[in-house]
Write a protein that binds this ligand. Structure first.
Ligand SMILES: Cc1cc2nc3c(=O)[nH]c(=O)nc-3n(C[C@H](O)[C@H](O)[C@H](O)COP(=O)(O)O)c2cc1C
Length: 330
């Protein structure tokens, strides 16, 4: 089968609620992510003009290729929210750069989301998926922004309908579909199935990009994804959490170039840089609370990491975190 290995395929940071905030997106951009996506944002909350939601849609200086992801199930509400984001007329949200796309979440498996009929629950109703894409497309076309969609393989093993849902989205104006090769019921195990991504790639016209997602943790995984699916871009989620360098590693592997992984000191220092930006954005109390788990990803596998993790869990201040990560004076 045709594959895109060697081509300059885009490497995309996957949207991850609680993680892909502006500081983390900037970090991934610095280490080679070509594109980013915000955390998912409630279309309903936006339409109610909720100010806590507005900050999620902030695009900082340097995050030049960022899509904003929305979730919901009512085509009218989704269209209205998309128009607010595309026009920039959403009080409280500030863009250093306009969004590159509005992305629709059709993959979130979390109970609270699917019981409201949002996220991957939408895949149970391909016609509704098409209506939502049509509404968002209509709303943002005047601003020249494309609609992209993120789906899973289907709801469960008896309903693997990614091809049908992707076609409904493409027929209604989606320019790109990212496919995570698991069903909703699989959540995050067993491993992601590339054959469903290949089926979507084969079913859609070449004018629609198909992005492969699921379990990409290395250059080899990326090559396998490209070879097995023929996809047009690769989206990386969990591996990036403590390893934003994954994008440089993958890019080097695709170019058959040498990659030098970061030293432990660089890893700790980069974690601290991220924490400092988070604290700057969110204040010390909330920033430190959120940073404990996020720093833990960076120290995975380091000597003394379990002791450091315990200390991180007790950290109260930015100074505590600096001491634990031993980045004083670096
Ligand atoms: C903590 C966490 C939060 C996530 N939040 C979102 C989200 O807001 N929107 C979305 O479309 N997918 C979300 N996902 C799914 C990821 O984008 C991605 O599809 C999934 O993790 C599989 O890719 P990976 O194996 O590279 O991690 C989330 C995943 C994780 C682990």
């Amino acid at each position: 089968m045709m594959n895109n290995i060697g081509k300059n395929i885009p490497l995309i940071l996957a949207p991850m609620a609680g993680f892909t905030d502006a500081p983390f997106r900037l970090l991934c951009r610095r280490f080679g992510a070509d594109r980013t996506v915000t955390e998912m944002i409630s279309a309903q909350a936006m339409v109610y003009k909720d100010q806590k939601t507005a900050v999620l849609a902030k695009i900082p200086e340097g995050d030049t290729q960022c899509a904003i992801q929305i979730f919901g199930h009512d085509p009218a509400v989704m269209g209205e929210a998309a128009a607010m984001l595309a026009s920039g007329e959403y009080s409280g949200c500030t863009y250093a750069h306009p969004p590159q796309a509005i992305d629709i979440n059709m993959g979130c498996p979390v109970r609270k989301i699917v019981t409201s009929g949002d996220g991957s629950a939408l895949m149970q109703n391909p016609a509704l998926c098409g209506q939502i894409v049509a509404a968002v497309h209509r709303a943002i076309q005047p601003y020249g922004l494309p609609v992209t969609v993120k789906i899973r393989a289907g709801w469960d093993s008896a309903h693997v309908n990614a091809v049908e849902v992707a076609a409904a989205c493409a027929d209604n104006g989606a320019a790109e579909i990212a496919v995570h090769g698991r069903t909703r019921n699989q959540m995050y195990a067993p491993s992601s199935d590339n054959s469903i991504i290949r089926a979507v790639r084969r079913a859609l016209p070449d004018s629609i990009s198909v992005i492969g997602n699921g379990d990409v943790r290395s250059g080899d995984d990326t090559c396998r994804m490209l070879e097995e699916t023929g996809c047009d871009g690769v989206m990386i989620g969990r591996e990036s959490l403590g390893n934003p360098w994954i994008f440089s590693a993958v890019r080097a592997a695709l170019a058959d170039a040498l990659y030098t992984p970061p030293t432990e000191e660089e890893m700790r220092r980069t974690a601290m840089e991220l924490i400092e930006s988070i604290v700057q954005e969110k204040g010390e109390e909330r920033g430190v609370r959120e940073s404990r788990g996020r720093a833990a990803h960076f120290i995975r596998g380091m000597r003394g990491s379990s002791r450091m993790r315990e200390q991180l869990n007790r950290a109260q201040t930015l100074e505590d975190l600096r001491n634990i990560l031993e980045v004083n004076g670096i």
